[in-house]
Design a binder for this molecule. Structure first.
Ligand code: C2E
Ligand code: CA
Ligand code: CA
Ligand code: CA
Length: 282
């Protein structure tokens, strides 16, 4: 159904020429299955803060892979490969499970009990049969309240008015899991997606955040997006906040939650638990 356009690796197989870049993609493709099975791909946690109170309100779970041979492999590289080789379901599931385990520990040992965990889901993963059931059974298995889990989806999920996906989102919401629309404004159908009414959180893409400090039009646009989101009862998160100027501006125009290197970097579980002050966890 969702045609993929990453042709590089496949073309090269025919031509027989392999440059460094494509060589690396091939090695990733060869090693990623084992990495997933051995849980070498793990979530890192990046905190998000309320502009109103300054409190840490949630964390985004971002996949990280350190391979002995390849070094650090970026999710920008390996997620699309995992999608191509039909491994994204399994990969997404191990990230989700690890995130839920950490979330549970945190809710038991940490002073910030209501911190939510926001996990990215690829359109392919979300469209696999049994996804909702999997989420439900993991929440039950680890006894994590559903309100502490959010799923981040991108506009591409909705291409062609994907009714199956829209259904999946409403089933997740019926469980109590909220949905965030990631990278808002980078696709072509952002507003159409909002009108489906199955989104709770809007994440303004970092490209807007990074342009708005020195571009009046971009600033006005983000302000309008925030107003509109609030009319629709959505919470607005800005990602990629790197400077004080950006933080001040976003707070001024009513953004609810901030995420970015200025506030905190993504952390491994080992760094994250002490950061969160949870004796007993990790
Ligand atoms: P995303 O969901 O838009 O995640 C935000 C990206 O921005 C992350 O990159 C994060 O590390 C980075 N970031 C955070 N703060 C800042 C900042 O202040 N400035 C800048 N320039 N960047 C910042 P990362 O971790 O490399 O992930 C890249 C993308 O890979 C993610 O973009 C997401 O689309 C995908 N991804 C990551 N983990 C997963 C996963 O578990 N499952 C799926 N399906 N996709 C994932
Ligand atoms: Ca995300
Ligand atoms: Ca994003
Ligand atoms: Ca992105």
């Amino acid at each position: 159904h969702m045609a993929k356009q990453r042709q590089g690796v496949y073309c090269l197989r025919y031509s027989g020429q392999v440059d460094h870049y494509h060589q690396r993609l091939l090695v990733i493709e060869n090693r990623i299955r084992t990495a997933v099975e051995e849980k070498k791909i793990v979530p890192f946690y990046q905190p998000m803060f309320s502009t109103q109170t300054g409190d840490l309100v949630g964390v985004e779970c971002l996949a990280r892979w350190h391979d002995e041979e390849l070094g650090w492999v970026s999710p920008e590289e390996f997620i699309s490969i995992a999608e191509d080789i039909n491994l994204i379901g399994k990969l997404g599931e191990t990230i989700l499970e690890q995130a839920i385990i950490t979330a549970k520990k945190l809710s038991e040992f940490c002073p910030y009990k209501d911190v939510y965990f926001s996990v990215n889901a690829s359109p392919y993963q979300l469209s696999e049969i049994g996804f909702v059931q999997k989420v439900k059974s993991l929440l039950e298995q680890y006894e994590l309240p559903a309100k502490l889990l959010k799923i981040e989806v991108t506009e591409s999920l909705f291409i062609g008015g994907n009714e199956y996906a829209i259904n999946v989102l409403s089933e997740l919401r019926a469980l109590g899991v909220s949905i965030a629309l990631d990278d808002f404004g980078t696709g072509y159908s952002a507003f159409a997606v909002l009108r489906e009414g199955c989104i709770d959180i809007l994440k303004v893409d970092k490209s807007f955040v990074q342009n708005m400090a020195d571009n009046e039009q971009e600033k006005a646009l983000v302000a309008e997006i925030i107003q509109m989101a609030h009319i629709m009862d959505l919470t607005v998160v800005a990602e990629g906040v790197e400077t004080e100027a950006q933080r001040a501006l976003l707070t001024e125009i009513g953004c609810d939650v901030l995420q970015g290197y200025l506030l905190a970097r993504p952390m491994s579980e080992v760094e994250f638990c002490p950061y969160m002050n949870c004796a007993g966890a990790a």
